[in-house]
Design a protein around this ligand. Structure first.
Ligand code: AMP
Ligand code: MN
Ligand code: MN
Length: 350
């Protein structure tokens, strides 16, 4: 079976056009996708499961839960990601088994929490993996439907919620290890049940996961609350140097700032954009982080009523209405100008 891999950017519009145009249509195509995905998983023997680069709690938690579940069904499964999991997730069983390479002999590839092929980064090997059927599980509204089968539920709070449903459909027993992994995904993507993506269903799944042995306070503390002292100083510096203009709060983090602060991580914003959007004056928050190669990682957040997913998508990235991101080639000043002017237009047109 061939896989309709599409390259984002070139035909990113086409990705969006694949969205069913009615809720009923979406429901039916999703039912079909679930059935096909289950078929692929039941037939597979050697599965490569991957998630997006610079993985967050939902990426790591959903990937590990999926891996444990497939193992319990007697499959050989390899879990992999371009970048290692942050040490804050060390409490998750199997986190050190996540490989940083996609090499190997597989009969199925599964992508979790990634909205397009580029998000997988170097873990996707076009020559080796291009021939494999690909099952996509995700919850990003900007998903480009890059799999052979796409189970994409943009109403789900997290990919962990999608994987929870998968495990229920496959009758996998959810023990404490799977429960902790899934609850990690839900808690990190909902900021502990505070985002508008949190539904009664989210809470009900979280309750089940607690009953299965996952500790809500411990996971919240380890996955969401604790940070290094360095990152607190980084955050403080970002807050102090931020600016508020036309309802947009934004900050730029250069390589020099990072070096002067002695920050070890070479990407990420330590939660800065999430802090800036708590400003009452902000419709939108943006953080621009200069990477080692000079490209600029852009993190976007919006207040209720504003949608940053489309803006991020237009710049080759993706995300959700309230939280999205993209990476542009730089330099910093051009990137800031381009993104701010697009955000101003989005605010005017909202
Ligand atoms: P972050 O600001 O990194 O927490 O990301 C917020 C949301 O935007 C998450 O749902 C990410 O998956 C998504 N996102 C961030 N960067 C990108 C990117 N370069 N491409 C696609 N989606 C992204
Ligand atoms: Mn994620
Ligand atoms: Mn997610």
């Amino acid at each position: 079976m061939s896989t309709p891999y599409t390259v984002n950017g070139a035909d990113s519009e086409a990705g969006l056009q694949q969205f069913p145009d009615s809720e009923e249509g979406e429901r039916r195509s999703n039912m079909q996708a679930w059935i096909e995905a289950e078929g692929y998983l039941r037939r597979a023997q050697r599965i490569l499961a991957v998630t997006h680069l610079a993985p967050d709690g939902d990426a790591i938690g959903s990937l590990l839960a999926f891996g444990h579940a497939m193992q319990s069904l007697g499959k050989t499964v390899t879990v992999a990601c371009q970048d290692p999991a942050h040490s804050r997730f060390d409490y998750l069983h199997g986190v050190h088994d996540i490989r940083l390479s996609g090499e190997g002999n597989f009969d199925l590839m599964v992508s979790i929490d990634a909205s397009d092929l580029q998000r997988l980064g170097s873990i996707f090997l076009p020559v080796q993996h291009g021939r494999l059927p690909l099952v996509v599980f995700d919850h990003h509204i900007t998903n480009t439907m890059f799999g052979s089968v796409n189970v994409v539920d943009s109403s789900a709070s997290s990919s962990a919620e999608v994987i929870y449903r998968l495990l229920r459909r496959l009758d996998v027993r959810i023990g404490s290890e799977i429960a902790a992994a899934l609850l990690t995904g839900i808690i990190t993507d909902t900021l502990a049940f505070r985002t508008s993506s949190t539904t009664p269903e989210t809470l009900s799944i979280a309750m089940e996961l607690m009953r299965a042995g996952a500790s809500m306070p411990e996971i919240t503390r380890r996955a969401l609350v604790l940070r290094s002292y360095d990152s607190i100083r980084f955050l403080a510096n970002g807050i102090v140097t931020s600016q508020l203009e036309d309802g947009i709060v934004y900050a730029t983090i250069t390589r020099k700032m990072r070096k002067d602060l002695g920050v070890k991580e070479d990407r990420g914003d330590a939660g800065l954009v999430g802090t800036l959007i708590t400003s009452m004056e902000a419709h939108v928050a943006a953080v621009f982080v200069e990477l080692v190669d000079g490209s600029v990682e852009v993190g976007l957040r919006s207040a209720p009523g504003y949608d940053v997913s489309q803006v991020a998508f237009e710049f080759g990235g993706g995300g959700h209405a309230a939280a999205a991101g993209c990476t542009l080639p730089g330099p910093m000043r051009d990137t800031v100008n381009r993104v701010l002017s697009r955000l101003r237009r989005m605010i005017r047109e909202t």
